[in-house]
Design a protein around this ligand. Structure first.
Ligand SMILES: Nc1ncnc2c1ncn2[C@@H]1O[C@H](COP(=O)(O)OP(=O)(O)O)[C@@H](O)[C@H]1O
Ligand SMILES: [Mg+2]
Length: 418
């Protein structure tokens, strides 16, 4: 039937085939090419389609503006004084790489500015929102790389604090030493995956790793098991009622560093059946090519996330998606042994004394008991140490300090044993 329609003839009669028009799926009719509709009606449909597109674009821009304002006001809270966008003196001699491409930032900025200007009633939004772009554009979008040689040494030194993480520590120290010998632009530390039970120092180590890479190197934790969608990593997309920046963008925007440590927790709990899947975004973050043009969908800004050190964690290695597994260097992490626990307890106590500027002796039997009570995870030991130290400070007691550890049955119940 559709072949029979002579378009010109049809137009002269004031009709056209509906299939020739730009219509959305709801209006489009199957075999619509053959359906003849009066031209004035088609023109109205065209106008409506155009308006819908415009409205969608406006919504997108409004969301981007809201996101930009949200980030800007967060930045403003962090530093009430006039923002100094200059490079920190301490990092002046560090090598740099481009994280925010100036052209891309300028384009995103122009787009947002124009649309905000066109829109009435949003006059007060541009200035705080533009702060984000100023941040991204600071130092021509360049950020500092760690001094990889010294970072390698500091990371290697973490081995004495995290004896059960000796293997990943050696791996990271080697990768950093390698990076030190390569051109700045090639600084990349392949992602790693730490598999082991909870409470054995995986997250704690990631935090220490950030510190070892350089002072103020940011670190963030993303709980894959609790994530609603990949947008939490990349920023809000259409379909969400409120716009907000993704944590990767947020981490890089607020830092003079090109790098940071991103902990992706509970990768074995990444369910594939969610409305907004998380897995594709995580996969993008783990591949060099996609990570280097990662896009924050909240304000439509691209940036290079490939310099981040991604540390995945999981309780069960085989429950992790195979594509994910293949992109990460896999390490099994054991709970610390009794001897290692003893050294952790002693080191934590020494650190409390140092921070509290008061040297106190921990009772030797307490140390031994804490080391042997493997039913208590390190978190519980940490709390017992802190409270014992605080109490002894308050009581101004002389002599050794004993630890009050939870009773065995209580600890077992609290840990979920029955
Ligand atoms: N090597 C360590 N030295 C001192 N404290 C530790 C160590 N490892 C873990 N902890 C303590 O145990 C707590 C739980 O560790 P965490 O890293 O959160 O466990 P995981 O991520 O493996 O579940 C930390 O907050 C910290 O107080
Ligand atoms: Mg953890």
């Amino acid at each position: 039937m559709s072949q029979l329609i002579n378009r010109r003839a049809v137009n002269q009669t004031g009709f056209d085939a509906i299939g020739n028009r730009r219509l959305d799926a709801a209006t489009q009719i199957q075999h619509g090419r053959a359906l003849l509709v009066p031209l004035h009606l088609l023109e109205r449909l065209d106008a409506e389609a155009e308006q819908r597109e415009e409205e969608a674009e406006t919504r997108r821009i409004e969301k981007a503006a809201a996101a930009a304002v949200a980030i800007a006001s967060k930045l403003a809270k962090e530093e009430p004084a006039q923002e100094d966008l200059g490079f920190p003196v301490a990092l002046r001699n560090h090598r740099r790489v481009t994280i925010f491409s100036p052209q891309n930032v300028a384009a995103a900025k122009r787009r947002l500015e124009t649309n905000l200007r066109e829109k009435a009633g949003t006059k007060d939004q541009p200035s705080p929102a533009m702060k984000i772009f100023a941040r991204a554009q600071a130092n021509d979008g360049m950020r500092a790389l760690p001094d990889a040689r010294r970072a390698a040494q500091r990371v290697a030194a973490l081995g004495s604090r995290f004896e059960n993480l000796a293997e990943p520590i050696e791996y990271l120290a080697t990768m950093l030493a390698l990076a030190a010998r390569q051109p700045a632009n090639e600084f990349r530390i392949p992602p790693l995956l730490l598999v082991g039970p909870p409470g054995i120092g995986k997250t704690y180590f990631a935090q220490a790793l950030a510190e070892a890479m350089g002072e103020g190197v940011p670190w963030r934790r993303f709980s894959a098991g609790q994530a609603q969608s990949g947008f939490q990593l990349t920023g809000t997309a259409n379909g969400w009622s409120t716009a907000s920046p993704g944590i990767v963008f947020d981490m890089l925007l607020g830092s003079p560093w090109a790098t940071g440590v991103l902990v992706l927790d509970e990768l074995d709990k990444l369910a594939g059946d969610r409305q907004f899947p998380v897995l594709p975004t995580v996969l993008d973050l783990l591949a060099d090519t996609t990570a280097s043009t990662f896009e924050d969908l909240s304000i439509h800004l691209k940036f290079d996330a490939s310099r981040l050190v991604v540390v995945g964690t999981a309780n069960h290695g085989d429950a992790i998606d195979s594509a994910l597994q293949s992109r990460m260097q896999h390490f099994e992490v054991q709970a610390p042994s009794v001897d290692q626990r003893r050294r952790i307890v002693e080191a934590e106590w020494a650190s409390l004394c140092k921070r509290g500027r008061s040297r106190r002796q921990l009772d030797a039997d307490s140390v031994q008991e804490a080391a042997e009570r493997v039913d208590l995870d390190l978190r519980v030991l940490g709390r017992a140490l802190t409270s014992a130290f605080a109490k002894s400070l308050l009581r101004r007691e002389a002599g050794t300090v004993a630890l009050e550890l939870p009773r065995r049955e209580l600890a077992r119940r609290a840990a979920g044993f029955s």
